[in-house]
Design a protein around this ligand. Structure first.
Ligand code: FES
Length: 150
């Protein structure tokens, strides 16, 4: 019985292996980009506030120190009233889009997905969220509060 080594020409060279690796990497990146692009075209984001209609409610529904939940466009929003301010925040976490919850006792927004925390102004306190919560414009005319661009 004879054992033969494959000839050096039958084995891929280091250069060819590296080229295959790079081609595979580029193909993977291209497929990922194409998938993301197709998803954005076929299933437009439903958490956009860009085309949302303003939402109004009487100020009496929101006492000082209280909150009011509503939906602005398709976005869950919480309006927070303090003695000094009236602010509205998107409840969509800026990390990966989970819905955050308001913890009134701590005056914080909490995202249970990855322990993200935001303060009462929407600024990041802890966890992976990269930027503050989106603030939605709020205006008041007489006793009517309006959330969103008027
Ligand atoms: S999605 Fe909110 S912390 Fe990750």
């Amino acid at each position: 019985m004879t054992i033969t080594n494959p000839s050096p020409k039958a084995r891929p060279s280091a250069f060819a292996a590296r080229r295959q690796f790079i081609q595979l990497g580029l193909a993977t990146l291209g497929a990922a980009w194409l998938g993301t692009w197709l998803q954005s075209r076929l299933f437009p984001a439903t958490n956009s506030t860009q085309e949302a209609q303003p939402v109004s409610f009487p100020l009496s529904e929101l006492p000082v120190g209280g909150t009011k939940a509503l939906t602005y466009g398709a976005v869950p929003v919480l309006v927070v009233r303090t003695r000094e301010s009236l602010r509205a925040f998107s409840l969509v976490c800026t990390h990966l889009g989970c819905t955050v919850e308001w913890q009134a006792n701590k005056k914080e927004f909490y995202c249970a997905c990855h322990d993200g925390r935001y303060d009462e102004f929407g600024d990041v306190l802890a966890g992976p969220p990269p930027i503050p919560l989106e603030q939605i414009p709020v205006s008041m005319e007489g006793d009517t509060v309006t959330v969103g661009e008027v």
